[in-house]
Design a protein. Structure first.
Lengths: 290, 414, 297
């Protein structure tokens, strides 16, 4: 008995989490899939009625915008935040005297709720109030920065604010990674006269693969769930030019009483996540364990 | 369900008949949280307490009630519904259809609601012949506000037709003043749109289009003209309007940067808060065209267990429609009482104008629900219209395309 | 510290080095400005009077500094009928965040330890399932979760909110610990097993002491997520259990009321103080933990 217990302790430790995830993640996904096949409005109903919600979804021009925004936003946000986070962590890793203060400055945006930070950003980005007005006030009359009010560019302001909010955390992750690299190897490389940038690209960065996985998961999670940001900064506007699937889903479910539609948009989102994340996870986990 | 409804009804009947036996309790989910609004609800709470009740406050602001709606759904599904919640328009009937609303007919009949409320507003409070919600106020949506000084300086008066408005706007543009202060948020675009639609389509056409969703009206030439006027008005707005909060637009009118704003009568509160006087510093008038678009806030009661709570519901319903609360609340909020027998002596000139117009349009059949504020249609349908309106206003879409999209969006909204 | 000062030096590269160093500081400074800009706007606005905001520039130093907005935000701003500021809601958030962070971090550490060091058939599948779970949009789980909480009798309670936060935090905490523990040589576990140490003993006396940096990262992440959560907070609370973000939202958002931006900004900064505090303090332990980590080599 005790032997059995000993052998199976690891499994027993995982068991509660396993059960919980099965119910509260996969069970709920199944529930959503079910509801997406119904005509649920204000509250969920369970009579299946085919794929009507999906055909409604694909006929909606607003969903088209939201869906393509997810790719533009997600791609730019993840790539830039990763590069910026890595750059900042490397810059900060050069024996900077005021490192503590600077690190806190880079990190703090994560601490603030977007409910209000959005207002501050809105003012900064607004051409009549913020940057544009200030720079023009300095005498540069032709300076123009009107992304926020330009339907074609507004999505990029969301990217800027999102990067502002999360790149500090990515920097912290990378900084932790940089510091756990074996110092002996680096010293040896430097004694051999290998230039610093080569040490980074050939030794340090490749050794941080698990950190890249963490950063990627964290960022893509934020990208997919970006919600407060859009609501606070643009409210989805101008028009619905900055709508994202998460805001679309929320609007359908909770302000329009169209839960079936919301569920179908959620399912499409989950499928996108699945096709992007699963291959990545697969390759990451395989290379790590074999 | 049937049995429960009966139980609730008899419970209310008992309260109406006998003296209060248990202490009434109410947990009230609402989205009035800012200064003036919160003060207004506090009036209700005090009255509730004065009648021996215990009020538990459950405020959730944001998104014109979206966040409160989210909380409400979660709580109803959890079997933990609040005693009363702020719900308005056709959403009341939708919740009723889900079988979760309580019947407050006993209170309504005991207090003659049918006689003191305008018929079309009373209609919103009824579900299949029973009373299921209590109205709090009437906001008028189709208001146009103006800076008195700016108008006088340019020799202008409040426009009585959209052509006059356009002409006035041209004059203002030439004088270097922004004609229309506007915030580019979907609901504000929709607010302007419905005022324009009421003016151009007329009361009858508005009703056909936004209450009955009549396809012929929605795709008519008049509707194209409505979108044309929206396109014209896009030219009267400054270039930084996107995403601007409505109150910042009001501030532009206050400080003379802009001349007009089209917004519901909550804008009055901003003027008043800045110490401005209606008729002197700022002017109010209905937007060009006949009719009255109303936005009525109301409380619906949920089916709950426990005699205290059911008594709380009855007491709350009675107080909400009571004369005293209707007066004090609406003085605070800028709206007018829903019941027509409240003395308006203490109200300002804009509110009195609003009340007179409401009575007149109630007679003439042009007292109409605001679609932009969720009074006319289910959320999915009004949302579909707003999507088209805001997309048109914020792009170079042609009016013909907008009308086509409008028909398609409504067809697709189930 | 990754010290780069070992590179071979010549006198020519020495001036270049100084220039490089200045460039480095300049870049760091510019980035710092970018990050500080919104905070600047928030702080200056919170010290202005409403008159000044209404009439003047939104982005400028206050002409007259006033602390009224801060006082109002803390103890007088209306969040509904009660006008007691964000103060009463603070405690709810603390009661939710601390247990939820603690439990999810502990369970995540154990999960990560098993997945990284006690591999068995299916452990990787488990990990993948956990990770994919990180991506479920929270808007999706609101309604079924509400039903579940109702069935469990936890609707509207603080334990209910803790439960929800633990569940949806597990994916991340497991991820962080697994990625950290995977880089610790498995020989360590094997050797300890040979010495007769059991599952928990190895975890407690070998892995946990090595984990400070990742514990700090996890706590920063979890605390931030939970403290700043609005969606769960607004959906699964009732009167009396609403967290501070809901109060903040109630102060900031009003559809038809007068907006007091100075109070909004002050309230936002107050609501963020605990997370800011965690960042400042944890930042220090971050370094300390890492120094300990590098001793282990």
């Amino acid at each position: 008995m005790t032997k059995w217990l000993e052998e199976n302790t690891p499994k027993l430790v995982l068991a509660p989490s396993f059960v919980i995830v099965l119910i509260f993640v996969y069970g709920f996904i199944a529930w959503t899939a079910w509801v997406s096949l119904t005509r649920s409005r204000l509250l969920p109903r369970y009579e299946i009625d085919g794929f009507i919600q999906y055909s409604r979804l694909f006929e909606s021009p607003r969903w088209d915008t939201a869906f393509s925004n997810l790719f533009v936003f997600g791609f730019l946000f993840i790539v830039i935040a990763m590069i910026l986070g890595l750059t900042l962590s490397i810059l900060l890793d050069q024996n900077i005297r005021t490192e503590g203060a600077i690190r806190t400055i880079y990190l703090y945006p994560m601490a603030l709720s977007m409910i209000v930070t959005g207002t501050a950003w809105k003012w900064i980005l607004n051409p009549g109030l913020g940057l544009e007005a200030t720079v023009r006030g300095w005498g540069f009359e032709n300076f123009t920065f009107d992304w926020l009010v330009n339907p074609d560019m507004a999505i990029y302001t969301i990217v800027v604010a999102a990067i502002w909010q999360s790149s500090g955390f990515v920097m912290a992750l990378f900084l932790a990674g940089l510091r756990s690299v074996d110092q002996e190897i680096i010293k040896a490389a430097q004694v051999d006269g290998i230039p610093t940038w080569r040490v980074y690209t050939a030794i340090i960065i490749p050794s941080m693969a698990p950190i890249f996985l963490s950063a990627f998961i964290v960022l893509s999670h934020l990208a997919i769930k970006s919600f407060d940001l859009v609501i606070a900064l643009t409210g989805g506007g101008p028009g619905y030019a900055t709508d994202l699937p998460a805001t679309y889903m929320y609007a359908m479910a909770f302000s329009r009483g169209d839960i079936g539609q919301a569920a179908s948009s959620a399912m499409v989102m989950m499928m996108v996540v699945f096709t992007i994340v699963v291959p990545y996870l697969y390759s990451e986990l395989r290379s790590k364990n074999d | 369900m049937k049995v429960q409804v009966l139980g609730a009804v008899s419970g209310l009947a008992v309260i109406a008949a006998t003296a209060v036996s248990a202490e009434p309790q109410a947990e009230v989910l609402h989205y009035w949280t800012s200064g003036g609004e919160a003060k207004s609800v506090a009036v209700l709470q005090e009255e509730f307490a004065a009648n021996g009740g215990t009020w538990t406050d459950m405020p959730v602001a944001g998104g014109g009630g979206d966040a409160a709606g989210t909380a409400l759904r979660a709580r109803v599904l959890a079997g933990n519904a609040p005693t009363a919640a702020q719900i308005k328009g056709p959403a009341i009937q939708e919740w009723y259809e889900e079988g979760v609303l309580a019947d407050i007919s006993a209170v309504a009949e005991a207090n003659n609601w049918a006689d003191v409320l305008p018929a079309s507003i009373a209609g919103h409070m009824q579900c299949e012949g029973t009373w299921c919600a209590a109205p709090v106020n009437v906001h008028r949506v189709d208001w146009i506000w103006a800076n008195a000084e700016v108008l006088a300086a340019n020799g202008l008066e409040m426009p009585t037709s959209w052509d006059e408005f356009n002409a006035a706007a041209e004059t203002l543009m030439a004088a270097g003043i922004i004609p229309l202060a506007h915030g580019g948020q979907a609901w504000q675009d929709a607010t302007v749109f419905e005022a324009v639609a009421l003016g151009i389509l007329g009361a009858e056409g508005y009703k056909k289009a936004f209450v009955e969703l009549d396809t012929d009206t929605l795709t008519s030439d008049e509707m194209i003209a409505v979108f044309d006027q929206m396109r014209t008005m896009r030219g009267f707005v400054d270039s930084n309007f996107s995403g601007r909060d409505w109150n910042l637009a009001t501030a532009m009118v206050m400080n003379g940067e802009a001349a007009f704003q089209i917004m519901g009568d909550w804008a009055k509160g901003e003027f008043m808060a800045a110490g401005q006087v209606p008729g002197e510093d700022f002017l109010c008038a209905s937007t060009p065209g006949d009719g009255f678009l109303y936005n009525v806030d109301s409380f619906a009661m949920f089916e709950v267990d426990g005699e205290e709570k059911q008594q709380g519901q009855a007491l709350l319903a009675k107080l909400v429609v009571g004369q005293n609360f209707q007066e004090v609340f609406n003085l605070n909020k800028g709206s007018i009482p829903a019941r027509t027998d409240v003395s308006l002596d203490a109200f300002d000139s804009c509110a009195i104008l609003s009340a007179e117009d409401m009575a007149a349009s109630n007679e003439g059949g042009s007292l109409l629900p605001s679609y932009a504020h969720g009074m006319a249609l289910r959320g999915a349908q009004s949302g579909a219209i707003t999507d088209v309106v805001t997309a048109h206003f914020n792009s170079d879409m042609s009016s013909e395309d907008a009308v086509k999209q409008l028909a398609a969006a409504i067809a697709n909204s189930l | 510290m990754t010290d780069m000062s070992y590179a071979p030096e010549t006198s020519r590269s020495n001036t270049g080095k100084i220039a490089l160093r200045w460039g480095l500081y300049l870049m760091l400074g510019l980035f710092a400005l970018f990050y500080l800009m919104p905070l600047f706007v928030m702080i200056t606005t919170s010290f202005k009077s409403l008159e000044e905001i209404r009439t003047g520039d939104l982005i400028s130093l206050p002409r007259e500094v006033t602390f009224d907005a801060w006082r109002t935000a803390w103890s007088q701003a209306c969040t509904g009928i009660q006008c007691e500021g964000v103060r009463p809601f603070f405690w709810n958030s603390v009661l939710i965040a601390i247990p939820a962070v603690f439990i999810s971090t502990l369970v995540g550490a154990l999960n990560g330890y098993v997945v990284a060091q006690w591999r068995f058939r299916g452990a990787n599948l488990f990990f993948a399932l956990m990770l994919f779970g990180c991506f479920i949009p929270f808007q999706v789980v609101l309604l079924p979760m509400a039903r579940m909480l109702g069935l469990m009798g936890l609707a509207g309670t603080i334990p209910g909110l803790i439960y929800v936060h633990v569940i949806y935090g597990l994916g991340f905490t497991t991820l962080f610990f697994r990625n950290y523990y995977v880089s610790i040589p498995s020989e360590l576990t094997k050797a300890a097993k040979v010495d007769g140490a059991g599952f928990f003993r190895i975890f407690w006396s070998i892995f946990l002491p090595l984990s400070l940096p990742i514990i700090v990262v996890t706590i920063i992440w979890q605390f931030t997520q939970i403290w700043n959560d609005f969606l769960f907070g607004v959906s699964f609370s009732q009167a009396g259990t609403q967290p501070v973000t809901v109060a903040l939202n109630n102060i900031v958002n009003s559809t038809t009321g007068v907006k007091a931006y100075n109070v909004d900004m002050a309230a936002a900064i107050i609501a963020a103080l605990p997370t800011l505090f965690v960042y400042v303090v944890a930042g220090k332990y971050f370094v300390r933990g890492l120094t300990a980590g590098s001793v282990k080599g």
